[in-house]
Write a protein that binds this ligand. Structure first.
Ligand code: NAD
Length: 726
């Protein structure tokens, strides 16, 4: 009789047991065990082995193993494979491979210390009539340690993250005709699926949810109803309560708390504890010491896996810049796994390297997310051959086709009919529309899409063009590189002065070559006494456009007209009687004049930032918000128009100075492509980090009081403006 048939017969027995019939027909379950003659902790390949080298007592281990063996014999036939010298972990037969029906997928161990076991297990299973399947030699998979059938044989839960590779799961699905559900392990103590997950008879599940990532927990919850999930505490998990052997209603395990035991009993199980602490020193318990040989074959035609893979190519200073490390790290962090198919190392310091990487993820959704991030890092989809981008037509104005590519701040190119086209008007959170005839690719906002526009979808034929990052421009300062330490990052207070020196130098250079500096100030600039300094910058040609909200206008003008900011006298630092009305008076006055330029013309507004803007012909845009008083006549309350105005004024900017306005700075950041120097000044480090964390080297954050910053900046610039004494 085939193993599958036997197990099904046994399950019928269980069903009867549940309805009260005597169900001790379990002798058809066959298990494989390996005597612990060679067992020891000889090396460290998991956190449990740490500090336990040669600690297990061979005698105690032998008696514990014997006790387990006898307990299991009550319900199953136990077969034995001889141990081999030099293979102390062979005792953990769960990792031999995965046996389903008469098929056996032999393990490919991740660690070389265990790879010697493969040959012995393969031989044993061939001799015992199994059809043996072998995975590619570089594709780790650790057998029933990481692959557990649900007890109705309907699908296979497969773990990855530490020992087994995600890419092994499609093989299991194909060879074993089974639906595979991939679960990602995230706690190194629970490095195999069977250390934290145990499907039980009757559709129950004993598991430790914290050992899995959120996506995997969602998958578990979708398949197993809440009332059938027995989640264990950390205390039970670390005693290997989930590493249990379940035969019928019996559950054999190392130890379970009274609370867990109670829950298992309430579910109809009988818990049989047997001490296995000598094996816990190696990171294994009851389940690890056994391999079920009589797993039922899944019903035919159910082979399925949601694992998807894509090949990507990365080029550049991959090692120097840490790009490869970042790319692989983000793959793993996001729940995927990778295989480096090919790597060519640039021989000279200046030459670039290239890598072809296969990225796999448990679902298309996760893969798309990873690939999107990889493209941001400069990867191209299609390692061996380049593909054209997929274009789909817009069928409803203002609505992009499903699966559209969302743009980033990084200069991007789109491959159309074999040619890479640079994307124009690069910005974040747009889509790319391609004119195939004119060979033009352009960043467009969703709301501007027209019927018939051809929009880039998916991730083929898309690449980000990253500035080559080399050792010198990253990391710590080197004396001969003026701006070396202006790499992305947040400054501490003591570095402010040094940073101001460098920013002022750069602003001076930009003004010298007729470049463009855009300032985005918030009203705090006025409250902190920075208004006069910002006005100085405008007057002296350091500002080519100014973007802000209603508040910066109102407070600057209040200050210019009555010397207060929100009713506080900036010179004396105290509130002025009736001052709370000052900002309304300011708004009213400007409205009375017909706008800011008119107020300047009429001599009513005679100082301040906006006075200087009018005098110096510096364009400004004020974008409205729900909390605005007034507003000033110039404040654009139609936000789409305001965004368009911002975008127009930002074009061609060399440096953007964001001064204590989170709202407007974030808006500006999204519209600005990488490559433009961003300087973000805010007293709150979290805001600075958010604004300057664009993953590009040209943004810098300064955590300080904005009034102080502007004061220092103007002092420094006026020094640079002084003629050199000869
Ligand atoms: P915001 O929250 O976007 O930004 C203020 C930022 O200033 C914060 O990040 C804060 O950490 C920082 N900050 C505070 N004190 C600082 C200091 N001493 N030095 C450096 N940074 C400091 O707020 P916002 O830009 O002030 O306003 C948001 C919106 O509300 C804008 O559109 C604005 O026009 C509007 N608003 C209107 C009025 C009005 O009409 N009277 C008044 C206030 C705000």
């Amino acid at each position: 009789m085939g193993g599958g048939q036997m197990e099904r017969w046994h399950l019928t027995g269980c069903a009867r047991a549940a309805s009260g019939t005597n169900w001790s027909m379990a002798s058809t379950v066959r298990l494989l065990m390996c005597p612990p003659d060679q067992y020891d902790v000889d090396y460290v390949i998991n956190p449990w082995m740490e500090g336990n080298i040669h600690k297990p007592s061979r005698q105690t281990a032998a008696s514990q193993w014997q006790a387990l063996n006898e307990l299991l014999r009550r319900d199953a036939q136990v077969e034995s494979i001889p141990p081999h010298p030099g293979l102390p972990d062979m005792v953990f037969t769960a990792n031999a491979g995965l046996a389903i029906g008469r098929k056996f997928v032999v393990s490919r161990f991740l660690h070389k210390q265990r790879q010697g076991e493969e040959e012995h297990f393969k031989t044993w299973f061939s001799k015992h009539g199994f059809e043996v399947f072998e995975l590619p030699s570089d594709l780790p998979f650790e057998g029933a340690g990481d692959a557990l059938l649900d007890r109705a044989g309907k699908y296979l839960w497969a773990g990855y993250g530490f020992r087994s590779e995600l890419d092994s799961h499609p093989y299991l699905a194909r060879w074993l005709d089974v639906e595979v559900i991939s679960l990602r392990l995230i706690d190194p103590r629970f490095y195999h699926l069977d250390t934290c997950f145990c499907p039980l008879e009757g559709g129950w599940l004993l598991y430790y949810p914290q050992a899995f990532d959120a996506y995997s927990n969602r998958l578990i919850e979708q398949r197993i109803p809440a009332e059938k999930r027995i989640d264990v505490s950390e205390a039970d998990a670390v005693r290997f309560a989930c590493n249990a052997v379940n035969i019928g209603k019996h559950l054999v395990l190392n130890q379970a708390s009274p609370e867990l035991r109670g829950r298992l009993e309430a579910a109809g199980f009988e818990v049989r504890e047997t001490p296995l602490n000598e094996f816990l020193k190696s990171g294994g318990g009851a389940k690890c010491l056994t391999l079920r040989l009589t797993e039922p074959e899944a019903p035919r035609g159910k082979s399925a896996t949601t694992v998807e893979s894509r090949e990507l190519k990365l080029e550049g200073h991959l090692l120097d810049s840490g790009l490869l490390e970042r790319a692989l790290e983000l793959t793993v962090q996001s729940g995927g796994s990778f295989q480096v198919l090919h790597f060519r190392l640039g021989k000279q310091r200046q030459s670039t390297s290239s890598a072809e990487i296969k990225v796999s993820a448990p679902s298309k959704e996760v893969l798309d997310k990873i690939v999107g991030q990889m493209i941001e890092l400069g990867a191209v989809v299609g390692a061996r051959e380049e593909n054209d981008a997929d274009l789909k037509s817009v069928t409803q104005a203002g609505v992009a086709p499903e699966d559209f590519l969302a743009t980033t701040i990084y200069p991007t190119e789109i491959r159309v009919r074999g040619e890479w086209l640079p994307v124009r008007d690069q910005r974040m959170d747009g889509v790319v529309v391609v004119d195939e005839q004119a060979k033009i690719a352009r960043c467009t906002l969703l709301r501007d899409l027209q019927i018939g526009d051809r929009v880039v979808t998916g991730s083929h034929g898309v690449r980000s063009v990253r500035q080559p990052e080399v050792r010198e421009v990253r990391g710590s300062s080197t004396p001969d590189h003026e701006f070396a330490f202006m790499g992305a990052g947040v400054s501490s207070e003591r570095r402010v002065e040094l940073l101001v020196n460098q920013i002022s130098w750069e602003m001076h250079q930009i003004r010298g070559r007729g470049g463009k500096i855009v300032v985005v100030p918030g009203p705090v600039v006025i409250h902190t006494g920075g208004g006069e300094h910002l006005a100085w910058l405008v007057r002296n040609g350091y500002v080519q456009a100014l973007l802000g909200g209603n508040a910066i206008g109102v407070h600057d003008i209040e200050q210019a007209l009555v010397g207060t900011s929100l009713g506080v006298d900036l010179k004396l630092g105290n509130s002025v009687e009736g001052g709370h009305r000052h900002h309304l008076k300011a708004i009213n006055t400007i409205r009375g004049c017909g706008g800011i330029p008119k107020a300047v013309e009429q001599g009513i507004l005679a100082s301040g930032i906006f006075f200087e803007c009018v005098r110096q012909n510096v364009p400004f845009a004020l974008a409205g918000s729900i909390r605005d008083d007034g507003p000033l006549p110039e404040t654009q309350m139609d936000l789409i128009k305001a965004q368009q105005e911002y975008a127009r004024l930002l074009k061609g900017a060399d440096l953007i100075l964001m001064l204590s306005s989170m709202l407007h700075s974030i808006g500006v950041g999204n519209m600005t492509p990488a490559g433009v120097r961003l300087v973000c000044v805010d007293i709150n480090p979290a805001v600075v980090t958010k604004l300057s964390d664009r993953g590009s080297i040209e943004s810098v954050g300064v955590v300080t009081d904005v009034g102080l910053f502007l004061n220092l900046l103007t002092q420094r610039l006026s020094k640079l403006d002084q003629p050199i004494q000869t």
